[in-house]
Ligand binder design. Structure first.
Ligand SMILES: Cc1ncc(COP(=O)(O)O)c(C=O)c1O
Length: 369
């Protein structure tokens, strides 16, 4: 007989998932109702409205994809690109590379603007690339979780619109932890993930599309290559009272994001962003006093994801293993070229707290001396 599940109570300080508030777990245990039940339609409407507030947008088409952040990424590309289109992707880490892979799978022509990992993409390079190409969309990652870089967006957004392209942004790690101003910054397509600064379990991806992006979708000549992620159907599914069945909504997951978004808005966006910044500074001071160095220059550091260099003479896997097994603390390993060289410490949503910081700093002091 397989034993009942008994996972350890971890302190989640990696690149996501983050810790979840007990209210969110309680919401997931509420009774199931049918996904076409009028009560569930109201819950979906409330989720849409709260997601709009978080994205700081009036976009009518703001909803939640029933799958993780990568599905949000794929939704944006497959709905906006058709075979033969050009797409310019800014790459400074793992998730920019993932965007490139999706662009090619759409049959579109890929143009890359690369930046060294650990630095933001230089707007001058984007400008140069735009002068030599005619992309339908320009895509960029706002918070590159693989490196800890916060990418400034406004200057690039202006160039993209001057070039007549759509601006597509990955806000998986930034949304809920630092300002993401969809309307003010002229973002046409954006996606996020439930498990980072929103602090719900992984499995959902909030998305939003500008009226201009909708026009592009509505004038497609070819069918969207993915049935499941086709926004022309998902839009109707999330359309309110007149909704049409598309797939069976993940009821308990929608309960979870409903409660998590209520918590975000109860705290208030500005206060939440300040908390993330303040806790990042406290962690930074503690780590620097122990001799750690940050990977990213101060102006471009993410408040919710701290990438630090592993000091010479310390073994990455052994220390992370001890943190997990002896202290129940999870931090993230380096990815790609930073594997074995960098740790990624998340302070996302519920995990952005003084308690988390103090637990990690004292555990590191005990392990590393
Ligand atoms: C910046 C960024 N984009 C996309 C993703 C993919 O999201 P998911 O793992 O939820 O599919 C992640 C996940 O860590 C991410 O950090």
């Amino acid at each position: 007989m397989v034993k009942e599940l008994n996972p350890s109570i971890r302190v989640l300080m990696g690149p996501g998932p983050s810790d979840v508030h007990p209210r969110v777990l309680k919401a997931m245990a509420k009774p199931l109702i049918g996904h076409l039940d009028p009560q569930f339609i109201q819950i979906m409407d409330e989720v849409k409205e709260m997601a709009r507030q978080l994205f700081q947008t009036e976009n009518q088409i703001t909803s939640v994809i029933s799958a993780t952040g990568s599905a949000g990424m794929e939704t944006c590309f497959v709905n906006l690109l058709e075979p033969g289109d050009e797409a310019l992707v800014c790459v400074s880490g793992v998730f920019g590379n993932r965007m490139c892979d999706i662009v090619e799978r759409c049959g579109a022509k890929l143009i890359r603007v690369d930046a060294p990992w650990g630095t933001p993409v230089d707007p001058a390079k984007v400008k140069e690339a735009l002068e030599k190409s005619n992309p339908k969309i320009v895509a960029i990652v706002h918070a590159e979780t693989s490196t800890g870089v916060l990418q400034p967006l406004e200057e690039i957004s202006k160039m993209v619109h001057d070039a007549g392209a759509l601006f597509l942004v990955d806000a998986v790690t930034s949304l809920g932890g630092t300002p993401v101003k969809v309307d003010t910054w002229g973002i046409d397509a954006i996606y996020s993930g439930s498990q980072k600064c929103i602090s719900a379990p992984p499995g959902l991806s909030p998305v939003s599309f500008s009226p201009k992006a909708l026009e592009v979708m509505d004038s497609r000549k070819t069918k969207v290559q993915s049935w499941y992620l086709d926004m022309s159907m998902i839009r109707n599914y999330w359309a309110g009272a007149k909704r049409a069945y598309h797939h069976t909504g993940p009821i308990s997951m929608i309960y979870s994001i409903h409660e998590a978004l209520r918590i975000v808005l109860e705290e208030g966006l500005e206060k939440r962003f300040e908390r993330h910044l303040r806790n990042h500074q406290i962690l930074r001071d503690g780590l620097e006093s122990m001799g750690f160095e940050f990977l990213v220059a101060p102006d471009y550091r993410l408040p919710m994801l701290n990438a630090i260099k592993i000091p010479a003479g310390f073994d990455d896997a052994i220390i992370r293993g001890r943190l997990l097994n002896e202290y129940n603390i999870e931090i993230g390993a380096g990815l790609g070229e930073f594997a074995g060289k960098v740790w990624r410490i998340g302070l996302m949503g519920e995990s952005s707290s003084l308690n988390h910081i103090n637990m990690l700093l004292s555990a590191l002091r005990q392990i590393m001396g």
